[in-house]
Design a protein around this ligand. Structure first.
Ligand code: NDP
Ligand code: GDP
Length: 338
């Protein structure tokens, strides 16, 4: 039985990857900061008791050393991160400690204590900054937030450990991937939750920031399969995981309200733009400066041709289907527990 260690196991990807690895017969160790905040995801997937829980703060080297000495995993998936890029503008130093130096701690422990472990690092599409055309692995990086700058360090350190020490260390350059398990601070969850709550009469409206930003949004459940495939290759490498399609924030909101049974119309411009219910004229969406970022990544679009050719990985869930999955899950949750 293979042993896998997932850091950040209580986040979205940690939960889906745990489910995948358990279904493949792995012994899954899940490490996260103590506290109950993320356990709902494992619970919702029905695997809470099946993941062996380890208390880990990636800021603490001793925690990481103890973990590796105890488990000696075959595969390590490093998801632990402060993952909300907007917040990183307020916490750039903590972000660097967790997202950059945290990865240095992990890699140094692997190198010194357990170099045969295969390592996956969750890199991000935000390494590229805005992209006018689909990005490839070989394209230039230009990070535009403290989050992405820290992830850039982690990315290159992972590559460096592969080249310098021969570690089986791979990076997934992950474009946005969403699901009903996404954190509520992210645009997609914020909107699908609002659409469901408005439908159920529990909320009047919500406010958002830049409606013109475009993202390449895929389904997280499919992305963790790509990550697993990377660690099954004889040689480590870096791969983009993306759908190749891009949609605006406005399009996401329209699709979510459609999935909730409304017809949304857009009126006005700039900060005065509003998403209005075509039937009643009620305002569901407003624009607020509060949700604009000091530096915006206007467009993200990825080209996952390398992952398709080398790993046989290709996402199947289309944009509207993903939005529907998310809205339906919100409505179901509200019906069980209003
Ligand atoms: P989440 O934010 O859902 O999960 C991250 C997890 O890391 C959380 O459980 C968090 O715990 C934990 N964590 C934070 N700080 C520490 C710490 N100091 N020590 C240990 N654990 C910590 O992210 P996702 O599951 O969505 O993403 C997984 C990875 O992929 C992340 O590294 C993210 O940056 C990256 N990524 C994700 C993308 C996406 O679209 N989802 C796109 C590109 C990259 P807590 O809840 O307590 O903070
Ligand atoms: P990100 O791509 O990792 O930053 O994921 P987010 O879901 O946080 O943001 C996706 C895009 O939506 C970004 O371009 C944001 O600027 C934009 N956006 C617009 N309004 C909002 C909002 O209210 N909340 C969030 N989180 N993002 C918003």
């Amino acid at each position: 039985m293979k042993k896998a260690l997932i850091t950040g196991v209580r986040g979205q990807d940690g939960a889906y990857l745990s489910q995948l690895l358990l279904s493949k017969g792995y012994e899954v160790y899940g490490a996260d900061r103590s506290g109950d905040s993320g356990l709902w995801r494992l619970r919702e997937l029905g695997i809470e008791g099946r993941v062996k829980e380890i208390s880990l703060d990636i800021l603490e080297l001793t925690n990481i050393m103890d973990m590796f000495e105890k488990i000696r995993p075959d595969e390590v998936y490093n998801f632990a991160a402060l993952s909300f890029s907007q917040l990183s503008f307020d916490q750039p130093i903590l972000t660097a400690e967790v997202n950059a130096v945290g990865v240095a701690r992990m890699l140094e422990v692997i190198r010194k204590i357990h170099p045969s472990a295969r390592f996956f690092q969750a890199s991000t599409a935000e390494l590229f900054g805005s992209a006018a055309s689909p990005r490839k692995e070989t394209d230039q990086f230009h990070p535009k937030s403290p989050y992405a700058v820290a992830k850039l360090y982690a990315h290159w350190l992972t590559v460096n450990c592969r080249e310098a020490y021969g570690l089986h260390a791979s990076c997934g350059i992950l474009f946005n991937h969403e699901s009903p398990l996404r954190g509520e601070e992210f645009l997609t969850r914020k909107i699908t939750l609002a659409a469901a709550r408005i439908k159920k009469g529990l909320q009047e409206k919500t406010a958002v920031g830049n409606l013109d930003a475009r993202r390449d949004w895929g389904y997280a459940k499919e992305y963790v399969e790509g990550m697993w495939l990377m660690l099954q290759q004889p040689k480590a490498g870096d791969y983009i995981l993306a759908t190749g399609q891009t949609h605006s924030v406005r399009e996401f909101i329209t699709a979510a309200f459609t999935a909730a049974g409304f017809k949304l119309e857009w009126k006005g411009h700039g900060l005065e733009e509003k998403g209005v219910d075509a039937k009643t004229g009620r305002v569901f969406i407003e624009v607020s400066k509060d949700f604009y970022r000091p530096a915006e990544v206007e467009v993200l679009q990825g080209d996952a041709a390398k992952a398709k050719a080398a790993l046989g990985w290709a996402p199947e869930t289309k944009f509207e289907e993903l939005v529907s999955i998310m809205v339906e899950a919100e409505i179901k949750r509200l019906e069980v527990k209003p």
